[in-house]
Design a protein around this ligand. Structure first.
Ligand code: GDP
Ligand code: IMO
Ligand code: MG
Length: 423
């Protein structure tokens, strides 16, 4: 039996989808535990190429349960759309479950997010309504999936919460919503989704007690954590490993493994400090044109991602905060043609080396300390054996292990399911 939590070690888009797809071969259940359809997790396997937003990436493994758990904000229309899309690619979606305690992300949350992003408080969100659904949860004015199981109660809740939402929307010049409109949606979701809704705490704990292999799939990465990231340029949830247990309602001591996924360089979407960021032109080789599945364009919004040199000071912070037991590094193949790799191994703040992750405002001022590694100038995409990697690639892996203090276990050398080295 094993409980594994897999999380992003940078700013998101590290390659979590690919690694979850690989690890799910051994899993009985894969669980998303925070975030919503702001996620874009790319999976390329024998069933096709997919960008999943709400459905856990374990859905492709026959018989593996997929749970959208408590801690998530779920747009039911998006979930239904996504399930239909993967079903039409021949994937069995009968094992999809939703926590009764998960928050329903409503059309008005999206409207509010859109208005926010056009105003002075814009931070470059995905405009999916995420922050506003979480705000409603905290104000205790959200609806949850359990409400779809009792439509009379659901209607009462809508009548209570909607006037205040409409007042806010009206004042900001946005579209307002009628009770009938929202109730009609809830009725439709109730008809289509009730059979997927489960009492989540017993669902997860029973699976743990039966000795099942369970993988918790994080969204985004530590630097976008509401508390531990680059506030205010963050998301509204906690994409760190401990939150899988907090939202899942199981003891944290049940977690056996914590896998941190990092990209071989760094990328970020949205605003905020990014110490090793390179110029738009310099990043062209990493970014690609958008034609290929692994080009650096947001899987959710299509925005071109900001690119930077690898930042091990940042990954070390991720390891401290999460307690990684191993690291998965993706896209090592994207460094194949470089003459040299500038690896950030620490920061200087006000001219002095520091050994901690500074708060957001100071992170804007840090100066990366780089160690240069010679490029290997060799194709790594066909390599499946660690010992066959070029010497300089191994040097890079060893530097990661030394600076971060965690062993690298998985190395991605291409976007596909089998394009991986297990060390
Ligand atoms: P996630 O949000 O962490 O699941 O990552 P995304 O799917 O948003 O972004 C990761 C991108 O890298 C996707 O385009 C993947 O297809 C691609 N990718 C993942 N691992 C590898 C790898 O090892 N090599 C290459 N070339 N591409 C990879
Ligand atoms: P995955 O799971 C990269 C970013 C947005 C913005 C900030 C807040 O694929 O790694 P939000 O819509 O959550 O309120 O936006 O977070 N962001 C992501 N960046 N990958 C994601 O997901 C992201 N989800 C949100 O760009 O900076
Ligand atoms: Mg992504």
């Amino acid at each position: 039996m094993s409980v594994t939590v897999l999380v992003g070690a940078q700013f998101g888009d590290e390659g979590k989808g690919k690694i979850v797809d690989y690890l799910s071969e051994k899993m009985d259940m894969v669980v998303r535990f925070q975030g919503g359809d702001n996620a874009g997790h790319t999976v390329v396997n024998r069933k096709g190429a997919f960008k999943l937003h709400l459905v856990p990436c374990g859905i492709f493994k026959d018989g593996c349960k997929a749970l959208a758990n408590t801690g998530m904000v779920v747009n039911p229309d998006e979930l239904l759309k996504e399930l239909n899309e993967i079903k039409s690619a021949g994937v069995d979606v009968s094992n999809m479950y939703i926590s009764a305690r998960a928050i329903i992300l409503m059309p008005y949350h999206i409207e509010l997010d859109g208005i926010g992003e056009k105003s002075g408080i814009s931070i470059g969100t995905t405009k999916r309504g995420i922050g506003y659904a979480y705000a409603d949860r905290m104000r205790r004015t959200a609806l949850r999936f359990e409400d779809l199981l009792d439509l009379d109660y659901c209607l009462e809740r809508i009548k209570k919460v909607l006037p205040r939402i409409n007042a806010e929307l009206g004042a900001l010049g946005g579209k307002t919503f009628t009770v009938e409109e929202i109730y009609c949606k809830c009725k439709e979701w109730s008809e289509k989704m009730s059979k997927m809704i489960v009492e989540p705490v017993s669902f997860v704990n029973n699976a743990i007690n039966r000795g099942e292999n369970i993988l918790f799939e994080g969204q985004l990465g530590v630097m976008k954590d509401i508390d531990l990231g680059i506030y205010p340029y963050v998301t509204s949830s906690n994409p760190v490993a401990a939150y899988a247990a907090v939202s899942g309602g199981f003891p944290i001591s049940k977690i056996n493994e914590i896998v941190g996924v990092m990209k071989a360089f760094t990328s970020a979407v949205g605003d905020g400090p990014f110490p090793t960021e390179m110029g738009y032109e310099d990043a062209a080789a990493f970014r690609g044109t958008g034609e290929h599945i692994d080009d650096e364009f947001g899987a959710r919004t299509g925005r071109s991602r900001r690119i930077g040199w690898p930042d091990l000071a940042l990954v070390k912070y991720a390891a401290i905060v999460n307690g990684f037991t191993s690291i998965a590094i993706c896209k090592i193949d994207k460094l194949d043609s470089l003459d040299e790799i500038k690896v950030c191994v620490g920061y200087k703040l006000n001219g002095k080396e520091i050994d901690y992750m500074p708060i957001s405002r100071d992170l804007e001022k840090v100066e990366p300390v780089y160690q240069i590694i010679k490029g290997w100038k060799q194709d790594t995409t066909k390599i499946r054996d660690y010992d066959k990697l070029p010497k300089q690639a191994k040097e890079y892996i060893e530097l990661i292990e030394k600076v971060v203090g965690v062993k690298v276990k998985y190395i991605g050398v291409g976007p596909g399911h089998d394009e991986i080295i297990v060390k």
